[in-house]
Design a protein around this ligand. Structure first.
Ligand SMILES: O=C(O)CCC(=O)C(=O)O
Length: 360
């Protein structure tokens, strides 16, 4: 059985590294003991069982590395799944997604397939929670005027946040640092989320991102360095991706009660209240993403905002900024985004999440 992290956390959310690694090591070692989840009825066609999980005598496939989560037998967590990487999904949807991926090896389509198939009728055929737009918000402090507006909802771009040479030398230095798993924890929340990439924590001990760059991020976003999370970097190889996610947990009961549809269902109740750290967790007020590589180094892998209809291709040295939450801590569902599958080459990004000081 996979040891399930008993809190709701959005993807990309940083939790203490030691805890992360020890839980994941435990989970991986357990999954490697061969406790394969049998996903019956996935196919009768032998040629579709391409994963190492192999095929059962009735023709169905096993998904390698997938485990039923403790307490939620209809949710699977996939660790090191050859197609999906790390993530979590209702079993039926995971089975469908893996089946489709094996028939469509074109890596750029991964996030499309997860979006299309990872549905649940409770949420009106959307695979993520429906959140009401929060109409009663005070506004954020303004950001520097040097930003280009990619979408008036609040998606901004600077083409030359750093020079191409600086971006190249950061990539070189990253290669010498220890990596950790690009893990996803979101408790029992009903959705499909998968991520396949490599992540670094760039603490200030490592001389990778100069202090001047952090200060520049602070001044461009009108935020204090004291509110910065540990900077992270991610690398994508061909086939790597990060399916749609919000950069923070819904937690919309923080301000105005229960404007998450379906909150009264058992599973949602568990996700938000029993397994939830929402009540006292810090909230992210900003995501600052720097592209360390561009189209010369990698094809595909754009950052895609499906609800804004904006696709941002990686542009070396460029940066985007958006606010995943409103000032009162509630999620802004419009800022759902994904890193589309990389087709060839490599892609590196730096992620700087900034916290809302009201929720320390
Ligand atoms: O790599 C990207 O383009 C996006 C990364 C991302 O979505 C995240 O770190 O939250």
């Amino acid at each position: 059985m996979l040891v399930h992290q008993p809190i709701v956390l959005a993807s990309g959310w940083h939790i203490p590294l030691l805890l992360t690694i020890s839980l994941l090591e435990l989970a991986v070692s357990l999954s490697l003991k061969g406790d394969l989840l049998e996903l019956s009825g996935s196919t009768n066609n032998k040629s579709n069982c391409t994963g190492k999980g192999g095929q059962r005598s009735d023709g169905s496939c096993r998904l390698e590395g997938c485990q039923v989560s403790a307490g939620t037998p209809d949710i699977v967590s996939c660790l090191d799944h050859p197609d999906l990487g790390l993530g979590e999904c209702p079993a039926k949807d995971a089975r469908e997604i893996a089946h489709r991926l094996r028939k469509h090896p074109k890596t750029a389509k991964v996030t499309d397939i997860i979006r299309e198939l990872g549905t649940n009728p409770v949420y009106h055929n959307e695979r993520w929670a429906r959140l009401d737009a929060n109409t009663n918000q005070s506004s954020w402090a303004s950001i520097a005027s040097t930003w280009q507006v990619l979408h008036k909802h609040g998606l901004y771009f600077i083409p030359d946040f750093m020079s191409e040479n600086d971006a190249d030398s950061i990539v070189e230095r990253l290669k010498d640092l220890p990596t950790h798993f690009s893990n996803i924890y979101h408790g029992n929340f009903l959705k499909c989320e998968f991520r396949k990439s490599t992540t670094w924590d760039i603490t200030t001990d490592y001389d990778v991102l100069p202090k001047s760059a952090r200060e520049e991020i602070g001044s461009l976003t009108n935020s204090n360095l004291a509110d910065f999370e540990v900077t992270q970097a991610a690398r994508y190889h061909p086939g790597d991706f990060y399916s749609e996610h919000f950069d923070d947990g819904p937690c919309n009961h923080l301000s105005n009660g229960t404007n998450v549809e379906g909150l009264n269902s058992d599973r949602m109740h568990n996700a938000f209240f029993i397994n939830s750290a929402c009540d006292d967790t810090p909230r992210r007020s900003g995501t600052f993403l720097v592209y360390l590589t561009g189209s010369k180094e990698g094809i595909g892998g754009a950052t895609y905002f499906p609800r804004l209809g904006v696709r941002v291709p990686a542009q070396k040295g460029g940066a985007i900024f958006f606010r995943p939450t409103h000032p009162d801590g509630t999620l802004d569902p419009m800022l759902l985004h994904a890193a589309e599958g990389l087709e060839s080459g490599e892609k590196y990004v730096i992620q700087q999440w900034i916290r809302n000081p009201q929720f320390r």
